[in-house]
Design a protein around this ligand. Structure first.
Ligand code: NAP
Length: 486
């Protein structure tokens, strides 16, 4: 694997959950893989008044626990030499001068500023960096989701960040796009001819995208209660997955060619307005139940959740895309917390054959289905009908399966490992462009407005199930069923 260019990565929110649990272990793994030059630096930044030693102790504990058996003391000593810490309060605008002194003379290095903080700090941080002349031509800024809470607030953040960094320097993360299987979906579509003639109306019957979590709100209740499933998951991850399935083949593999095609899908999504929102969406909120046999409390009993909260922890929606390729093909999206199991997948069901000459299983099970599994493990499966052994021509569904771990016999890169190296390389392909983000909010906002206007309170579902019964009815009305119900 090629070494990356020398960089100074400044990690705002360096003491936070995301930085310690995901970003620093991802960087450490790249160190293990030999990709970091010895003079690259990782500079954690937060408000806490802690020493570099204290910070290193936190980072080490976290890397040991998240990297597991691959943790190696020799590599750790080298990594630790490259990790620094600075105290900055972005709201007060204090501490930037010390960072300036630390970066002085290193202007030629790639300089990513990773903002792993609340979005309300994005603009103050960028303005602090500009004031202290820390933004060089080799600088990039990486923005974590959520980028605002609606179209207006998102535009405001983009405006203020965009006054300091050019669009080519802004990396808006959607970590789902960093998953190996999502890129494999692109490889499947654009590296093979096989599926292209089938990838359209008349051949695809319907598409389902599920991102199910069995966890509850954990330590993020305050944030989650202000956000809900629509804005936390659908606005970004699920719509991005939908774009990858529905986009036209881009002219090249360049970032803008890809992003142009995704934007067209978002713009072709049929808007949902007014009462139609109530028939095409389902809002849910979990009540107490049991997940994998363990009793769990309901959302309203979670710490830091107001007892009268009407935030949705589950959401399902039927989407339609007004394009020649997809008109009339429903895309069903659903996501939720405290569901039966952790499972993320895209299921593409193809139309039935016109005439059958053999004895087949019932119609639903006879259909060809392409399943792209993102979690818990990553795989691609195509279900086809094969002859049952023995006399006669009786057909039964079997799977043609590609299990990535099994096939490539190598550890899959974590999404953040891939995305962080892309940031350092300056590759924007897997990051959202400003107009994409705006188009996504434009589609999302009327849904939330209609829920508010018509007082659509969430339907309750027991923790450990697959969500409210209304979600099964949403897809059932069209004669289909969620893949876990087949
Ligand atoms: P967190 O644990 O609450 O950490 C917040 C970080 O921001 C801390 O390092 C904190 O420093 C720092 N901070 C707060 N106020 C600051 C200020 N005025 N100036 C400088 N630094 C300040 O949050 P998180 O869970 O890591 O999440 C960070 C962002 O990523 C959030 O927007 C979140 O929604 C998003 N995100 C998180 C996850 C996740 O799995 N955690 C996943 C996707 C997206 P001190 O500790 O020193 O105060």
């Amino acid at each position: 694997m090629q070494q990356l260019a020398t960089f100074d990565l400044v990690l705002f929110g360096g003491t936070g959950d995301l930085a310690l649990r995901k970003l620093l272990p991802a960087l450490y793994r790249r160190q293990l893989a030999g990709q970091l030059t010895e003079d690259s630096r990782i500079i954690g930044v937060a408000r806490s008044d802690i020493s570099r030693e204290d910070y290193l102790a936190q980072v080490e504990t976290s890397c040991r626990s998240h990297v597991g058996a691959e943790f190696d003391d020799k590599h750790w000593s080298q990594f630790a030499r490259q990790v620094h810490y600075f105290k900055i309060d972005a709201n007060a605008g204090t501490g930037f001068d010390a960072l300036h002194a630390c970066l002085k003379g290193r202007e030629a290095n790639v300089r990513p500023f990773f903002l792993s903080t609340a979005p309300s700090l994005f603009a103050p941080i960028c303005e602090g960096l500009a004031r202290t002349q820390l933004v060089t031509p080799a600088s990039r800024v990486v923005l974590e989701k959520p980028l605002g809470h609606d179209r207006t607030s998102s535009a405001l953040i983009n405006e203020r960040v965009g006054a300091i960094f050019s669009e080519q320097q802004i990396f808006r993360i959607d970590h789902y796009l960093g998953k190996e299987t999502v890129q494999n979906l692109m490889a499947l579509r654009f590296g093979n001819l096989l599926f292209e003639p089938l990838w359209k109306r008349g051949r695809v019957q319907h598409v389902q995208i599920t991102v199910a979590e069995n966890l509850g709100v954990e330590r993020r209740a305050q944030f989650y209660d202000q956000t809900g499933a629509l804005r936390d998951m659908v606005q970004n991850h699920l719509l991005q997955l939908l774009c990858i399935i529905a986009m036209e083949p881009p002219q090249t593999g360049d970032a803008d060619a890809m992003r142009d095609e995704k934007l067209k899908v978002l713009r072709a999504l049929r808007p949902l307005h007014g009462r139609e929102v109530l028939t095409k969406t389902v809002r849910g909120q979990y009540k107490s139940g049991a997940v994998s046999g363990t009793p769990v409390v309901g959302y309203l009993a979670e710490k830091d959740v107001p007892p009268e909260s009407v935030t949705e922890t589950f959401m399902a929606v039927k989407c339609e895309i007004d394009s020649w390729r997809w008109a009339g093909v429903p895309f069903y999206l659903r996501t939720g917390k405290r569901l039966q199991e952790k499972m993320s997948e895209i299921a593409i069901t193809f139309e039935d054959i016109p005439v059958s000459i053999y004895e087949r299983p019932d119609k639903v099970h006879a259909l060809n289905r392409l399943i792209i599994r993102l979690a818990p493990d990553e795989s691609i499966t195509l279900s086809v009908l094969a002859k049952s052994p023995g006399e006669g021509m009786r057909l039964k569904p079997v799977s043609l399966a590609l299990d990535f771990n099994e096939t490539f016999k190598t550890r899959m890169l974590d999404a953040y490992e891939r995305l962080l190296t892309d940031v350092i390389k300056g590759n924007l392909t897997l990051f959202m462009r400003r107009d994409e983000l705006d188009a996504a909010w434009q589609w999302i906002d009327p849904i939330r407005e209609a829920w508010q206007r018509y007082d659509e309170t969430p339907k309750s579902y027991s923790a450990g199930t697959w969500g409210p019964a209304a979600a099964s009815a949403l897809i059932g009305r069209d004669g289909f069923a969620w893949s876990n119900e087949l």
